[in-house]
Design a protein around this ligand. Structure first.
Ligand code: CA
Length: 589
C-alpha cells in the first residue's frame, strides 16, 4: 500500500510536469502512512508516534536483530535525545553539541557530518542535547545551542542558509526539532531559566527569512512580514508591573501541526522567575489576575499569520517549574471526536477539543500530586495553597520562604520525552516519573544571562522500587490500563505500532518492546548506554526496521538531586542502533 501511495504521488508530479524536489508537503502530511520513510519529528506532524506497520508483531518480535550500529564519535558523549529521520536511502540524526549526521540507511556508514561551531558562553540549561532535525525539499534543518537555525543541503551537508533565533548571551538556546508546514519552518526557543521571552517563529524554507514572530507572553508585540502585527494578550491583564518583560514561557519543546484545523500547537514553559510571589495578583483594583498568561499553557496559532487562535493554561500562576511545553497530540477518540491529548509536567493528563482548544477532561497520570486536588470542570486547577512554596518576604529574615514538599518535582510527572498514541488500542503510552522535591523561594532580580529562578530545590524519589513508570492510559476515562515500573527515571520517547508493540528505552540501556494490551515485556536489547532518544520504524526491501539512539545524559544527571546520586553509575555514550526483522523470520513463531 505504501508503495502505491508513493507511486501515485510520483505520477501526479509527472503529470503536472513538476520535478520532484525531495521531501514535499504531501510527504510531510502523509508521513504516518508512507511507511517506507520517516520525514517528520513525531512520525507525523500530529506527533502520534504510531506506525501502521504490522510486519513486526507480538509473535515474531523475538526475531528482531541488530542490523548495524553507528558511533557519534567525539570525546564528549552525552544526552543523545534525537529522533532519526529516514529519506531516500539516508538516515539523519542530530547529536549532542549541535552536530548533525547523514548515515547510509542500508549500511550504517557515515555519508557526512556537520558540526556547528559553538561560541564560548552558550547557556544551555539542561545539557548540550538536541532533539532532531526537519526535512523540507532538498534541505535538512536543525537548531543549535547558540540559538541559531541552520539549513543544510540534504545530500552534501553544505550550508544553504543560517539565521539567528535570538541572543545566546541573554540565555537563549535551541534544542527542539523544527516543524515544517507548507513553505515555512517553525521553531520555538529555549532559556526559561534565564528570564528570556518565549516565542514561536516562522521562516521561509528557501531563504531563511523571518515571516512572522509570535511572543507568547502578554504585552509583547508580534511581527508579520517585517512589520509589527498584534500585541500578545492584553498588557498587565495577568502580570503585575514590568514582570512580563522577562516573563519566560520558553517554547522549548517545539510544536505539532493539526492539519484538520490548520493549527500550530505549541506549549509554553514556566513563567519567570520561579518564585510565584513576585508574579501574583495585586489589589483587586489594579485588574491583574496573577495568572501570568500565556506561560505554562498550550496555544493554537494560525500558521499563515502567527496570530493566537486559542489558549489553554494548565498551571495558572505557576510556581513549581511545571512548564506547559509538553507535546500536544491530535487524535480522534473512540466516539470519533476530534481531540488533543497532552500530559503536563504538573502530573495531569489533559484532553482538549481540537476545534477551539477548550478543556474537555483531565486526570492524574502520576500517583502523588500535591499542588492541586483536582482539575475543575472549568479547566482550572483546584490549588492546595498550603503546598505552594512560601513567600520569602513573609519569613523572619526575608531570605527564604517556607520549604514545602511538592510532587511531582520540577522535572515533572513527565518531562520532554514524548508519549505515543496507538490507533490500534485507542490508548496513550505515557513515559512518566514518580518523584517529588523540597522547594523554597528566595529573593531574585533579573540580570541578563544569569539564572532567574528565585528558588532552591532538591529532587527526591517517591518510591524505593521505581521512579520510572510507563503507563497505558485510556484517554476517554483517564484510567491506567497498565503500568511498567522502572528503577531509574524514564527520559526517552515511546513508539507504538499496528503490530501491537510499544517501544521505549531505559537509562539502564535496555531498548524494549512491550505488549500494547498487557504491558508484558516481549523483547529487549542492551544498547550499552542509557536511552534518552526517540525510536522510529520503517520498511525497506520488504523488511521492517527499527532505530533508536543510545547515550545517557540530559537534565537528570545535572539537576536530579538525590535521584542524580542514585543513578550516577550510569555510563554516557553515543551510538545509533538499527534493528531489522529478516524476511525469512517474519513468519516464524
Ligand atoms: Ca522550566
Amino acid at each position: 500500500m505504501n508503495r502505491f501511495v508513493a507511486a501515485v504521488t510520483v505520477s501526479i508530479l509527472a503529470a503536472s510536469g513538476a520535478v520532484a524536489q525531495g521531501v514535499t508537503e504531501d510527504m510531510l502530511a502523509n508521513d504516518q502512512t508512507m511507511t517506507n520513510q520517516v520525514v517528520t519529528n513525531g512520525m507525523g506532524r500530529h506527533l502520534q508516534r504510531y506506525s501502521p506497520l504490522e510486519t513486526l508483531n507480538k509473535e515474531n518480535i523475538k526475531n528482531l536483530v541488530p542490523a548495524w550500529a553507528f558511533s557519534l564519535g567525539g570525546e564528549k558523549q552525552r544526552g543523545q535525545e534525537t529522533q532519526p529521520l529516514v529519506y531516500d536511502g539516508i538516515m539523519y540524526i542530530t547529536g549532542s553539541y549541535s552536530r548533525l549526521y547523514a548515515v547510509d540507511v542500508n549500511t550504517g556508514e557515515e555519508l557526512w557530518q556537520y558540526d556547528a561551531r559553538l561560541p564560548e558562553g552558550i547557556l544551555p540549561c539542561c545539557d548540550v542535547i538536541n532533539r532532531g532535525a526537519a526535512l523540507a525539499g532538498d534541505k535538512v534543518i536543525f537548531g543549535t545551542l547558540d540559538a541559531r537555525i541552520v539549513a543544510l543541503d540534504a545530500k552534501t551537508g553544505d550550508v544553504v542558509w543560517r539565521d539567528k533565533i535570538d541572543d545566546y548571551k541573554a540565555g537563549y538556546s535551541y534544542t527542539a526539532a523544527p516543524l515544517v508546514v507548507g513553505d515555512l519552518v517553525i521553531t520555538g526557543n529555549s532559556g526559561g531559566e534565564f528570564g528570556i521571552v518565549g516565542s514561536v517563529q516562522a521562516r521561509n524554507i528557501d531563504t531563511g527569512e523571518l515571516v512572522w514572530n509570535r511572543p507568547v507572553i502578554e504585552g509583547h508585540m508580534g511581527m508579520l512580514n517585517g512589520e509589527e502585527s498584534t500585541m500578545t494578550g492584553t498588557l498587565n491583564a495577568t502580570w503585575p508591573g514590568d514582570m512580563w518583560k522577562t516573563g519566560g514561557g520558553a517554547t522549548w519543546l517545539g510544536g505539532s501541526y493539526d492539519s484538520d484545523t490548520d493549527t500550530l500547537v505549541f506549549g509554553t514553559g514556566n513563567p519567570a522567575p520561579w518564585n510565584s510571589h513576585l508574579r501574583g495578583a495585586g489589589e483587586p483594583t489594579d485588574g491583574n489576575t496573577g495568572d501570568n498568561l500565556y506561560a505554562a499553557s498550550r496555544i493554537g496559532i494560525d500558521p499563515a499569520t502567527g496570530e493566537i487562535k486559542w489558549h489553554y493554561q494548565t498551571t495558572p500562576r505557576e510556581g513549581w517549574d511545571y512548564d506547559g511545553v509538553n507535546e500536544v497530540v491530535a487524535y480522534n477518540d473512540r466516539d470519533g471526536n476530534m481531540r488533543y491529548a497532552t500530559a503536563d509536567r504538573n502530573g495531569f493528563f489533559y484532553v482538549l477539543n481540537r476545534e477551539d482548544g477548550a478543556f474537555v477532561d483531565a486526570h492524574p497520570f502520576v500517583k502523588d500530586i500535591s499542588w492541586a486536588s483536582d482539575i475543575g470542570d472549568d479547566g482550572r486547577p483546584v490549588f492546595i495553597e498550603d503546598n505552594r512554596p512560601g513567600d520569602p518576604t513573609a519569613s523572619a529574615d526575608g531570605k527564604k520562604g517556607d520549604v514545602v514538599f511538592s510532587s511531582p518535582g520540577f522535572l515533572g510527572g513527565k518531562n520532554w520525552m514524548p508519549m505515543a498514541f496507538s490507533q490500534r488500542t485507542g490508548n496513550f503510552y505515557v513515559p512518566s516519573n514518580e518523584w517529588g522535591m523540597d522547594i523554597w523561594n528566595e529573593p531574585i532580580t533579573y540580570k541578563k544571562g544569569a539564572a532567574y529562578l528565585g528558588s532552591g530545590f532538591t529532587i527526591k524519589p517517591n518510591y524505593e522500587d521505581h521512579i520510572g513508570s510507563l503507563k497505558a492510559i485510556d484517554p476517554d476515562t483517564g484510567e491506567w490500563v497498565w503500568e511498567y515500573k522502572n528503577d531509574a527515571p524514564l527520559w526517552g520517547g515511546v513508539m507504538t505500532t499496528a503490530g501491537g508493540l510499544v517501544f521505549f528505552g531505559t537509562p539502564e540501556g535496555k531498548f524494549m518492546a512491550l505488549d500494547d494490551e498487557t504491558g508484558e515485556e516481549l523483547w529487549s536489547f542492551q544498547t550499552g548506554s542509557g536511552i534518552v532518544g526517540q525510536p522510529i520504524t520503517w520498511e525497506q526491501n520488504g523488511e521492517q526496521y527499527v532505530s533508536v539512539i543510545s547515550g545517557w545524559g540530559g537534565a537528570v544527571p545535572l539537576w536530579g538531586g538525590e535521584v542524580a546520586k542514585k543513578v550516577n553509575y550510569l555510563n554516557q555514550g553515543g551510538t545509533l542502533w538499527t534493528f531489522r526483522l529478516p524476511k525469512e523470520l517474519a513468519a516464524a513463531n
